[in-house]
Write a protein that binds this ligand. Sequence first.
Ligand code: UDP
Ligand code: MG
Length: 323
Amino acid sequence: MDSPPILSTELSIVIPIYNELESIPALRAELAVVLSQTRLACVEIICVDDGSTDGSDALLKAWAQEDPQVHVLIFSRNFGQQAAITAGLEHCQGERVVIMDADLQDPPELILEMLEKSRQGFDMVYARRQNREGESRFKKASAYLFYRLMRAVIGLDLPEDTGDFRLMNRRCLEAFLSMREQNRFLRGMFHWVGFRQTEVLFSRPPRQSGYTKYPFSKMLSLSINAALSFSTLPLRLILMLGCGVSLFGAGYAIYSILWHLITGDTVKGWTTLIVLITLIGGSTLICLGIIGEYVSRIYDEVKGRPQYLLREIIAPATRKSAE
Ligand code: UDP
Ligand code: MG
């Protein structure tokens, strides 16, 4: 007897989740509505629990038990959103994959528009924020600065006001999965793979419940990672700074000798000396610090540790087959 044909998964949705107990019910309801509108026969939802401590994992397990579309990956601890997305992308089977946040700041209905663009032949469709309702002025200002600085520092034409919310096809996904670096700035990596990319615009709603998991310290660490993992410009700037300081030093030495020869004055200039020593000492330390950041990243790459560890995987035993 022939077994029923296995349907290939048409769409995977990858959702990183860290302490989102309050957001999950609304997310589930909204996703159900949108997925019924896609008219796709085989969809999987991959929730990656990034070491939540508020019981999100239990809620996700209950969801997976009721809905065979849902897969749950549970990390052994918090590894960060970038690792959670990576895990979901490595696990998914879909011909197309969407990455979205759990807090409904990435509106699920946009998936329909993304699918439309993807069908028109685009390999990657990213969502670009037109505005950010209800976010603090500081968050808006830091996000504004983040995108502009990254553009200037990375030198890549990274699309502004674009997060991880996007849809990509297998071709892009395979390219992304072939990049094995430890220090991951996903937005940069998604941009780096190239292919045909386009945007859909949306206004980013405020978080419906819970609180942001990106305090200033995490934003800062993401920005430093982004700048250093995609650019060696800071090293070049060090070189230029070094050259500048040395030239200044040489110029100042000539000036001092001439001054001494002309006036015979040797005691004066003590303040200048202290200022110069401090300046040069400070800039040397900054340079060492920047080099240290690169060295620590090289160290991370050499160690080659896994990017995340799984405590549990809840996946339907067999992939859905045609009834
Ligand atoms: N997130 C995660 N691990 C973390 C921090 C955040 O998986 O260490 C998830 C979080 O649950 C959410 C998404 O990443 O689904 C975006 O986080 P958040 O909404 O807090 O960021 P914001 O929108 O404030 O920038
Ligand atoms: Mg959010």
